[in-house]
Design a protein around this ligand. Structure first.
Ligand SMILES: [Zn+2]
Length: 132
C-alpha cells in the first residue's frame, strides 16, 4: 500500500518537476540570450566595430554566436537542453549592432520548451534588448 501510494505520488509529481525545470531553463535561456546581445552591443560600441549575432542552432558547437564586421567569430553560446527556436512571424535570425549602439532591425527571438511554453527576447532598433 505504501509502495503504491509512493508510486502514485511520483507519477503525479515527476512530470510537474520536469515541467518546472524546463520553465527555469527557458527563463534562463532568454536571460542569457538577452545578456549576450547586450554584451555584443557594448563591445560594438567600445571597439567602434559593428557586430552581428546570428541565431543559428548547431553552428560550431553553439546555438547563437557573434561575429565582427569581417566575419571573425566573437563568441558563441548554447541553448539549454530541450530549448529550441520557434520561428514564428516577427522573429529574426540575426541582428547587427552598429558602433552607435543601434540595431539594424526590431524583432523577436522566441524560444520554446519541449512542453510548448515560449519566452521571448525583443530587440529594438534603439538598441534596447528586453525579455518578457
Ligand atoms: Zn553565423
Amino acid at each position: 500500500m505504501v509502495v503504491l501510494v509512493f508510486g502514485l505520488l511520483v507519477a503525479i509529481v515527476a512530470p510537474a518537476i520536469g515541467r518546472y525545470t524546463e520553465d527555469l531553463n527557458l527563463k534562463g535561456a532568454v536571460d542569457q540570450m538577452a545578456n549576450a546581445v547586450r554584451l555584443t552591443r557594448d563591445r560594438a560600441m567600445a571597439t567602434r566595430i559593428q557586430r552581428t549575432v546570428h541565431f543559428e542552432a548547431g553552428v560550431s558547437g553553439t546555438d547563437y554566436h557573434a561575429v565582427d564586421a569581417s566575419g571573425a567569430p566573437q563568441g558563441g553560446w548554447k541553448l539549454p537542453r530541450g530549448i529550441t527556436y520557434a520561428w514564428l512571424p516577427g522573429t529574426i535570425d540575426s541582428v547587427t549592432v552598429t558602433p552607435d549602439g543601434r540595431c539594424n532591425v526590431s524583432g523577436l527571438v522566441i524560444l520554446r520548451a519541449v512542453h510548448g511554453a515560449q519566452d521571448t527576447v525583443s530587440v529594438l532598433t534603439s538598441g534596447l534588448v528586453l525579455t518578457q
